[in-house]
Design a protein around this ligand. Structure first.
Ligand code: FAD
Length: 463
């Protein structure tokens, strides 16, 4: 707790009266809730509450507002930029108890879920009805956490990010007011777009308690192609040409040779140790067959060595499991140390240069660092494996990370395509958006959260 904030003791008796056993100050729970998958030091909240409804969230936020106690929302803790850390103490709201799928409207292709619903829970529920929700970050995140970070994933090149997938939100603002930001209409010109203001706000403007989502019908046919390349540049150029020719992939993923070696070891594979591309198409059987064949031709023209494609469901699942395990495979390259996972995104025409310069820079530094990514969007990730106890390695990693972000910004890109700012990327926001834009964000924050209690220390850099 810091001076501008009130003591948790001021609210605990009333929180206990409201939630009974569903609030804890246990050190283990506090530590868990102050830790995500990122490289920043954990910061435990002073207490953790487990509300079960929007009304309970609103009452908790109201209590915290009155006592100036920080409120930190927690979904599944799978984010990478320190977003769940309680930098100024306060009360963590674990949203996992808001886990109901409230409605599915099959013929309108939309649904309404509570914020704590997990991605795989929704996938299973919808799959039985022939529907799917398209945003797939790989991790079993909550829908509320995905909305809060503006998440995306492997299918974004075909179906969009959370910013395209969310129709509306129910949000508890600082002060405890409950606001509905959108409805079920596919589009609306009614007033300010609060939905998109809240998406990606990482708990700094309010607590999301319900999310209305666009859905899709499971396509009639799907096929995946994969190929290895002698050089990273060939793989990246293939991805760029697949996009520029409008072949319409719904997934287009790169694993560089360091990542392929890691995935071989971790997932028991024997892929040739070369950069690989995975590409998926959805549609009618005829259209998918044409798209896959055209992608194979593009890959061959760029020197692909072993292009293969499959429409077999089990084989497709196996390939995407490898991609989804890639982060854990990368971590296993150096199990005893920490991984700094970072992502940048650049315009497609600069992707080849950005990845090539990054690979050369990482190789020169000697830091084990696989590159993988959603290259169809110009987005890639680097997992930098370093020992935080070693000051030389830590300094090297921070410097390589700074160079990566500056390189992406210099190419007209962004410091984060999908992981968000948290507090890990605070120092890059002004460089990317400019001082005036950051001042405008600060004004929005001050208007909606005048006491600064909503997830303080995140997204907006201090003045
Ligand atoms: C293996 C792996 C792969 C990943 N791949 C991707 C990827 O491809 N694309 C991608 O985008 N991300 C990826 N991620 C990161 C992560 O899954 C996403 O950032 C995800 O959206 C976080 O959801 P969560 O429920 O875990 O949120 P948390 O980590 O719990 O929280 C994230 C932030 O959102 C806030 N928050 C959480 N819930 C709410 C709420 N209901 N209301 C308001 N604020 C809230 C928190 O305070 C915090 O600031 C990956 C993570 C892992 C571990």
């Amino acid at each position: 707790m810091t001076g501008r904030y009130g003591s948790i003791e001021a609210v605990l008796p009333e929180v206990r009266a409201l939630l009974g056993e569903r609030v804890t100050t246990s050190p283990d729970e506090r530590r868990h809730h102050g830790t995500d998958e990122g490289w920043q030091d954990p910061a435990a909240p002073e207490a953790v509450a487990f509300p079960h409804s929007t009304e309970e969230v609103a009452r908790l936020v109201r209590l915290c507002t009155e006592a100036r106690v920080p409120v930190i929302p927690f979904g599944a803790g799978t984010s990478f930029e320190g977003g769940v850390g309680a930098l100024h103490g306060g009360l963590c709201l674990d949203l996992s108890g808001l886990s109901r799928i409230l409605a599915v409207h099959d013929s309108d292709l939309d649904c309404l879920v509570e914020a704590g619903v997990r991605r795989t829970q929704l996938e299973e529920h919808l799959g039985r009805r022939g529907l799917f929700f398209s945003v797939d970050p790989g991790a079993d995140a909550t829908i509320g956490g995905m909305a809060a970070t503006g998440a995306s994933g492997t299918t974004t090149v075909g179906y969009g990010t959370m910013r395209e997938a969310v129709l509306g939100l129910t949000v508890v603002l600082a002060g405890g007011e409950v606001v509905h930001t959108g409805g079920r209409a596919r589009k609306s010109s009614a007033g300010y777009d609060l939905t998109h203001l809240l998406l990606g706000s990482e708990g700094t403007l309010g607590v999301i308690t319900e999310v209305a989502l666009r859905l899709h019908g499971i396509p009639e046919a799907s096929a995946v192609g994969r190929a290895g390349f002698a050089a990273l540049a060939q793989a990246v150029q293939t991805a760029i040409e697949i996009m520029q020719r409008g072949l319409g992939p719904v997934r287009l993923e790169l694993l560089d040779e360091v990542q392929v070696a890691a995935s071989n070891a971790y997932s028991g594979l024997d892929l040739p140790r070369r950069p690989h591309l995975l590409v998926e198409f959805h549609g009618t059987p005829g259209a998918v067959a044409e798209q896959v064949a055209a992608a194979g031709e593009v890959a061959a023209a760029h020197g692909a060595q072993d292009w293969r494609s499959t429409s077999d469901a089990a084989e497709r699942r196996r390939l995407w499991k490898i991609r989804h395990e890639a982060y854990y495979a990368a971590r296993a390259l150096r199990p005893a140390v920490r991984g700094m996972v970072t992502d940048v995104c650049v315009p497609l025409s600069r992707l080849a240069d950005c990845i090539a310069e990054t690979r050369a820079d990482l190789d020169a530094s000697g830091i084990p660092a696989p590159i993988l990514g959603h290259v169809g969007d110009g987005n890639f990730h680097v997992v930098l494996l370093f020992d935080p106890e070693d000051p030389v390695e830590s300094a090297q990693v921070r410097a390589a990370h700074d160079r990566l972000v500056q390189r992406a910004l210099g190419m007209g890109g962004t410091c984060t395509g999908e992981h968000g700012v948290g507090h890990g990327k605070l120092r890059y926001l002004a460089a990317e958006r400019g001082a005036a834009a950051v001042a405008a964000m600060r004004a929005v924050k001050a208007a909606l959260d005048p006491q600064g209690i909503m997830n303080p220390g995140k997204v907006i850099p201090p003045e």
